[in-house]
Write a protein that binds this ligand. Structure first.
Ligand SMILES: Cc1ncc(COP(=O)(O)O)c(C=O)c1O
Length: 357
């Protein structure tokens, strides 16, 4: 028998969350962001469940090729464009829309003899200072791409650094509008999940939600459930051993947790080699047989310990939910000092994945 840990992906939840995103988009077209193996959910699986999207955004050429091999013919937006001249040939082969964000890419494109037409996104650095052109470089890049005989449409895009935080989008949005004012024609794409939900003025022609499609909230103060989102990934396992502790006895590596009274501990087959955050402290929530409990002591490679003193029926074989249905990954992530993005993407390859409708 394999270890009892498994991740379950709900195709229905993915499809539902897409409908929620589409409602926010109110008519704007939607790239479903499925980079990083669809935030850990499985590339082809997520693409199929999200088939009502207008296209998919990702960044790995091998993943793009896999989608084409799987028969997925929707537009594909390559969020980091291309990396080497050899990649440029793949743009037409796989009908990819690259995001062009630096002058080296402009030059690679200029020198390439494309066998047919492609669409291009041109990324504007509106203040995040990660990718994109700004004041001096935007016009030359635009002109060079415009002159390319095989470039059909140019869409101007940017990305927000703090749509989910106190900074909001105003400064970046104003700067983007200022920079792109001279470029009347063409479409625009700005919004990630947080901007899509919180800032209707960023919706433009194409929105690019990621995290909300997977049923997590981009905001620390608004739950996914309050946004109408359903968890798409549930990470579950089982208790594989129990221990009865007397006051003063300690648990796990570093003896970091000491029993204050008599306690019963359930040892769960899930550790950091499965993708559970090693830095999750004592107190991080889990569900044992559907009831809330908390982890105690350090997370080890293959196991973690849970206080099951108040769950008398808990024994070897009792199901444990690490996150997902009934326990938001956002809440677990917050307890562990990280984001649900990281938990979902970190799901380890050794965890078997199954799909439910
Ligand atoms: C350029 C770009 N657009 C959209 C997204 C989706 O963001 P989110 O998952 O916060 O909705 C990302 C993700 O990092 C991104 O890099």
């Amino acid at each position: 028998m394999p270890r009892p840990i498994r991740a379950t992906i709900s195709a229905g939840a993915l499809a539902h969350n897409l409908m929620v995103a589409k409602a926010y988009a109110s008519g704007a077209r939607l790239w479903a962001v499925i980079k990083a193996n669809a935030y850990g959910h499985g590339l082809e699986r997520a693409a199929r469940a999200l088939e009502a999207a207008d296209g998919y955004a990702l960044l790995d050429f091998q993943e793009a090729a896999r989608l084409r091999v799987a028969g997925i013919d929707r537009p594909l937006l390559m969020l980091e464009g291309f990396f080497k001249p050899a990649d440029v040939a793949l743009l037409h082969k796989y009908a990819l829309t690259p995001v062009i964000h630096n002058s080296e890419q402009v030059e690679m494109l200029r020198l390439a003899a494309l066998p047919g037409e492609i669409d291009v996104y041109l990324k504007v650095n509106s203040g995040m200072n990660r990718l994109g052109f700004t004041v001096d470089s935007l016009r030359p890049a635009y002109n060079a791409i415009r002159l390319h005989p095989q470039v059909r449409n140019i869409t101007l895009m940017t990305h927000f650094a703090d749509a989910d935080g106190a900074g909001g989008v105003k400064a970046q949005l104003d700067w983007f509008n200022e920079l792109t004012k001279p470029f009347e024609a063409g479409q625009r794409s700005l919004a990630n999940s947080a901007a899509l939900i919180a800032f209707p003025e960023t919706r433009a022609d194409w929105v690019r939600p990621g995290i909300m499609l997977y049923g997590c909230s981009p905001f620390s103060d608004r739950s996914a459930a309050s946004l109408g989102l359903k968890p798409a990934m549930t990470l579950g396992s089982e208790i594989i051993a129990t221990q009865h502790l007397q006051p003063g006895e300690r648990i796990g590596y570093g003896f970091s947790y000491e029993a204050v009274g008599e306690m019963t501990i359930g040892v769960v087959a899930c550790g950091y080699a499965d993708g559970y955050p090693r830095h999750a402290p004592s107190g991080t929530p889990v569900l044992v047989n559907g009831k809330r409990a908390r982890i105690v002591g350090r997370v080890s490679m293959d196991m973690l310990c849970v206080d099951i003193s108040d769950i008398p029926e808990a024994y070897i074989g009792t199901p444990v939910t690490l996150w997902g249905e009934g326990l938001s990954a956002d809440e677990v992530a917050a307890a562990a000092g990280t984001l649900s993005y990281e938990l979902l993407c970190a799901l380890a390859a050794r965890v078997p994945v199954s799909e439910v409708a």
